[in-house]
Write a protein that binds this ligand. Structure first.
Ligand SMILES: [Zn+2]
Length: 156
């Protein structure tokens, strides 16, 4: 089922494709040494609504640690650009995701700082998602404002 969460003012919704949540759930840090993973969220802006339809996943050139994920500078952007072209310039960068080795994840100070920079530069609300072992953390950001949306099961 398509997950939908209230997202910002005026009845806007965040819609996430079930395949996206299933794919993200495969990166949960269930094993004792499973490293962090991450990527970007790709989707469509439909009126006030944001619809997450695809993600990028770790590449060989990303650095994955138990506590830390460092994305390669250009690999994920290249996938995003390809999707944008393939979709007739409708599928766009709408946010960020990464995993935490926590059952119920919560953003770190580094996460919040990083997201504030992204949200500050954005003209539309951005989606921030942390994949935990049991639940996901969903947030939205625009300008200097970050807001938690809801915690929800990982839909695995
Ligand atoms: Zn984090």
């Amino acid at each position: 089922m398509l997950r939908s969460l209230p997202f910002g003012p005026s009845g806007a919704l965040l819609l996430i494709e079930p395949q996206v949540l299933q794919r993200l759930a495969t990166f949960r840090q269930l094993g004792m040494s499973a490293p962090e993973a991450g990527g970007i969220l790709l989707g469509y802006r439909r009126g006030h609504h944001t619809h997450v339809a695809d993600v990028t996943v770790p590449t060989k050139r990303d650095v994955q640690r138990r506590f830390g994920f460092f994305r390669h500078a250009t690999d994920h952007q290249r996938v995003a650009t390809r999707r944008w072209e393939q979709s007739g310039e409708t599928m766009d960068y709408v946010g960020e995701w990464h995993t935490h080795p926590e059952d119920d994840p919560f953003p770190s100070g580094v996460d919040l700082q990083h997201w504030r920079e992204i949200a500050f530069a954005a003209s539309r609300p951005m989606v921030f998602l942390i994949v935990g072992r049991l639940t996901n953390w969903y947030g939205a950001g625009l300008n200097r404002r970050l807001e938690r949306l809801a915690a929800a099961a990982t839909d695995a």
